[in-house]
Design a protein around this ligand. Sequence first.
Ligand SMILES: Nc1ncnc2c1ncn2[C@@H]1O[C@H](COP(=O)(O)OP(=O)(O)OP(=O)(O)O)[C@@H](O)[C@H]1O
Ligand SMILES: [Mg+2]
Length: 399
Amino acid sequence: MSEINVAAVGCSLADYLYTDIDFNSDVFRKYQSRVEGDGGLSPGHLVFAGDLAKFADSDFQTIINEITGGKPFTAFNLGGPAIVALINAAQLLHGAPVKFSFFGALGRDATAGRMLEIIQRTPVRIEHYQKVSGESPCTDVLSDPNYANGKGERTFINNIGACWNYTPDMLDKSFFDADILFFGATALTPGIHDHLTALLARGKAVDTINIVTTVFDFRNEKDHPGRPWPLGESNDSFRMIDLLVMDWDEALKISGKNHFDDAFKFFIDQGVKTLIVTHGAHDFYAWSSGKLFEPLEMTAYPVCALADQIMLENPASRGDTTGCGDNFAGGVLASVAAQIAAGKKPGELKMIDACARGAASGGFACFSIGGVYREPSPGDKQAQIERFYQSYLEQLGQS
Ligand SMILES: Nc1ncnc2c1ncn2[C@@H]1O[C@H](COP(=O)(O)OP(=O)(O)OP(=O)(O)O)[C@@H](O)[C@H]1O
Ligand SMILES: [Mg+2]
């Protein structure tokens, strides 16, 4: 076994939940969107804090205070696809010779303290998680349980904050010294996302394995509606990606295709080396060129049946599906790192192991609220996931 370094950059943020917000109140209506895309609040949708502030000609904190009536938040969670995936991968590889480091930006505020308190209890290293000017990135989730005739609805305000000030030059040599680079949902860290092609190329120049995961790209969707979402400066990004993990909607939007098969073919034609596309509780699809994993034709894999069975037998075990995709990606990342650490060379990795760790992690995430599992002790998640991993292999007739 050789020691492996994984360096990750991308979205890590605070999720603040505010319950019992009345979307029919005068104060909510004051900040409600009049025309689509004007920056105002819209039940069920996400707006950027900066756009909302411009719309209301006010500052973000004043607006939040007014809407919440100054009440404190109901719940706080660490979120963001990059950190959630990385924490899962690090938890799964407890005891393995793999180091996981997160690179990114926080503000110098109370939110940063809350986020770091959670991350510090995980095996992820944060020496390169920098404090810069601006507020720590966060999503405020406003929830009205009575909206839509009692069905309830949520409204999201995302503040990129300090991440606007996180630029590619802040990714120094220590980032590119890693064996595996993980670019997680960089659409929510614009300074990195807009330079992804160059960053992937810098990795490739020193022979890194490049893994990219995606997220709904609200910024490009708003700025260029109807156009494919860019992944970096140009489509040259694709041929430098050894493994691309996305969900169904992101695959359609990034490829700019209307049909899934066309989208899948687009990424293969563009030179992506391995592709995995998830689809919630439906089958997910995997394909490998043979450059990182052994060659595999486009194959449908089921989700983890044991997770579904437990939720069916015991509805109280159900948390929410937030972070299923991020944990799935973390499981796949853990598989790549573990196989490389065990001495496998690019081209020799087993896709079945990646899919099983991904499906077990994605399924397990259904049991908790939010994406991060807070371990009572190191090794706990690894032990818990093992059962789902083994069961998944049995489900595929592979054990
Ligand atoms: N209901 C479910 N039962 C079992 N597994 C699930 C379920 N929902 C999701 N998963 C697992 O998680 C994986 C990823 O889910 P999904 O495609 O919803 O990701 P996503 O859209 O990126 O979600 P998010 O961004 O909220 O994390 C699925 O392929 C599956 O393996
Ligand atoms: Mg996702």
